[in-house]
Design a protein around this ligand. Structure first.
Ligand code: ZN
Length: 215
């Protein structure tokens, strides 16, 4: 059972449907692993529904339905992407993340720096970047801070940093205030989903490598 949860602000925005797709993917994947947060979101949705019921109905323009349908027609679903086979490793990925991987790049890990690997998870959200990270057991990521928000959800193994230890299902919310150095725990490789809305800010030598790492 996860012990590190998204903030109430994130859960409320999720329940209200106002999170953009990248953040929503991280929160929804945490929810798949966390019954406690699922209950909180259900409660928030019930409150939100009651509030909407209490609002006086507003008059709707006569052509509203036609205009909405026209917008849907003008914005067709993107063409289906080729599904690369996802191997047994996929069992660590709950929905909705699993479908994003299977309908996107598959598990095509590419090297990130000397020892880590990454896969970019395509979403329709231009405001955020979602990626899987695989950090070898015991290895350290470079010290970094943030220009925006970083949500990190652990899917396999564990890591620790200045804020504590994070294991499967745990989510870390790091903003401009946080400078940290995640270190994978020994035992097995740490695999995370990381969502950011701005490039990370590296210190020291890692900063020189940033253009090559693209993170
Ligand atoms: Zn939770």
């Amino acid at each position: 059972m996860p012990t590190r949860h998204p903030s109430d602000a994130l859960l409320l925005d999720y329940a209200a449907g106002s999170l953009s797709e990248g953040w929503g993917l991280a929160v929804a994947t945490h929810l798949a692993l966390c019954p406690a947060c699922r209950s909180r979101v259900l409660a928030a949705e019930a409150v939100g529904g009651a509030m909407i019921d209490a609002i006086e109905p507003a008059p709707v323009a006569e052509d509203a339905l036609a205009a909405t349908l026209a917008r849907i027609d003008a914005d067709p679903d993107p063409a289906p992407r080729s599904a690369a086979p996802v191997r047994r490793e996929a069992s660590i990925f709950p929905e909705p993340l699993r479908s994003y991987i299977e309908n996107g790049p598959g598990l095509a890990w590419r090297k990130l720096g000397p020892s880590a690997h990454t896969i970019i998870i395509p979403t329709g959200d231009r405001a955020t970047t979602a990626r899987l990270l695989r950090i070898p057991a015991g290895a350290a990521m470079p010290v970094h801070s943030h220009r925006g928000l970083e949500l990190t959800l652990v899917l396999q193994g564990a890591f620790h940093d200045e804020g504590g230890t994070y294991a499967r299902g745990d989510i870390e919310e790091a903003d401009e205030e946080v400078e940290h150095q995640p270190i994978a725990s020994p035992g097995e490789d740490c695999i995370c989903l990381a969502v950011t809305d701005a490039p990370l800010k590296f210190r020291g030598v890692a900063r020189l490598l940033q253009p090559f790492l693209g993170i």
